[in-house]
Design a protein around this ligand. Structure first.
Ligand SMILES: [Zn+2]
Length: 410
């Protein structure tokens, strides 16, 4: 048995206006504190980057000391709960640290309009959770009091220990992410390997299973229509606001359908086998953009750049991240030629792939679904990599992870 962190997402039922106002107040204070510390640290950071100053003190601890001083001087801040607001500086310290080592740019300001309102209740002293009945639970938020929340299918980890709570407003409702520490039995290593070929709209496994994303075409068309309509409308007009609401709604629906599909698919895949082999996404995305489709090499190249590329990245990333914690062991392999190589005889040839769906080996005549064939190649590569593990030093899933507070709206 090992201890792991599992996230359970609830939605908050409509509350009284007073409670809603208080939740937004806390979120607003977090934004204020972030921006305040950002301004304060910007000059120091720039001096440091230009070699004109020492390394600024950027630990959560030293920022926390500053925060206590600020809170003491600011009366409206004093009336709000300290811990959730102070915890913003944990995220800020992390972002600053990444900027210092040159991994990312200096943290961006948080805006009232563009940033998702949210805050974190960092430890169990800051919240309480009570089960009301099969359908509803209560969450105690500092200042706000008890709010009622629910989750479709109930709470799968209600016996776990809640460690932290993140609240976010998705533009429509407040969502609650509870991080539970749970005891999980590791899936015993059965010596079996399953190769997984990931595509934007489907996942294929080496044993011939397919998982298709529900058809989103209608919704995506509607989203495009609203986007175009909004671009035409006058800023600040009521019609534009109306369109914006509709756009947000359909975007939310698409995101939810995707999210549910990812969860369901990865759970089913992970349950089937001890070791899962996937493609290395960094390499996959690089090749996917330049390759286009089989019939029209380079055709989709333009579409896959820009925003679309970003969507691709997150779609694969989510699948991978979910598989990683659900399966016993995850191995990543280089996906080069997995779609052109015959999984029967190993013959690699562009001609092998007759169409997007069909694989026919020009050497041995092996016929298969193209994605299944790719998944079989991925499986074989994974086995080879594991057996030569000491030499190649492959990446493996780490079982002890920090609480991952990234949420779909973060
Ligand atoms: Zn062959």
């Amino acid at each position: 048995m090992t201890k792991e962190v599992r996230t359970v997402e609830f939605v908050v039922l409509p509350t009284s206006k007073a409670k809603a106002r208080k939740m937004f107040q806390i979120a607003g204070a977090c934004r204020y504190v972030w921006n305040h510390f950002r301004e304060k640290n910007l000059a120091d950071y720039q001096a440091f980057v230009n070699g004109k100053g020492g390394r600024p003190r950027t630990s959560y601890f030293s920022l926390g000391v500053e925060f206590t001083r600020l809170r003491h001087e600011t009366s409206w801040l004093r009336e709000l709960p300290a811990n959730p607001i102070k915890y913003t500086l944990k995220y800020f310290a992390d972002a600053l640290k990444e900027a210092m080592v040159g991994k990312k740019g200096f943290p961006k300001p948080r805006s009232r309009k563009r940033t998702t309102p949210g805050f974190t209740l960092p430890s169990k002293e800051n919240f309480a959770i009570k089960k009301l009945d099969r359908k509803y639970s209560l969450l105690r938020v500092p200042l706000v009091g008890w709010v009622k929340m629910t989750r479709k299918g109930g709470n799968p980890y209600e016996d776990g220990t809640p460690k932290q709570v993140v609240l976010r407003h998705d533009g429509h409702r407040w969502r609650v992410f509870v991080f539970y520490e749970v005891e999980v039995a590791r899936r015993p290593d059965d010596g079996e390997f399953l190769g997984v070929d990931m595509n934007v709209r489907q996942v294929a496994t080496s044993d011939g299973h397919f998982y298709f994303l529900p058809d989103l075409e209608k919704k995506e068309r509607r989203r495009k229509r609203y986007q175009r309509r909004m671009a035409r409308q006058i800023k600040g007009s009521n019609r534009r606001k109306d369109t914006k609401k509709k756009l947000a709604k359909v975007s939310r629906k698409i995101a939810n359908i995707r999210k549910n599909w990812v969860h369901k698919t990865t759970r089913e895949v992970a349950e089937r086998c001890g070791t899962i082999v996937v493609e290395d996404l960094k390499v996959k995305n690089m090749t996917a953009s330049a390759r286009g489709t089989v019939e029209n090499p380079g055709k989709n190249v333009k579409q896959k750049t820009g925003l679309n590329r970003e969507m691709l990245d997150t779609a694969f990333g989510e699948l991978r991240r979910n598989l990683e914690y659900k399966c016993g062991r995850l191995i990543e392999v280089n996906p080069a030629y997995t779609s052109q190589t015959c999984s029967e005889c190993g013959h690699t040839d562009r001609e092998n792939r007759k169409s997007q769906a069909r694989f026919l080996c020009v050497d041995c005549g092996f016929v298969s679904n193209a994605d299944t064939n790719a998944a079989m190649n991925i499986r074989r590569l994974g086995m080879a990599q594991l057996h030569g593990e000491k030499r190649s030093g492959i990446k493996q899933t780490s079982k002890t992870r920090e609480i991952d507070t990234r949420t779909p709206y973060g």
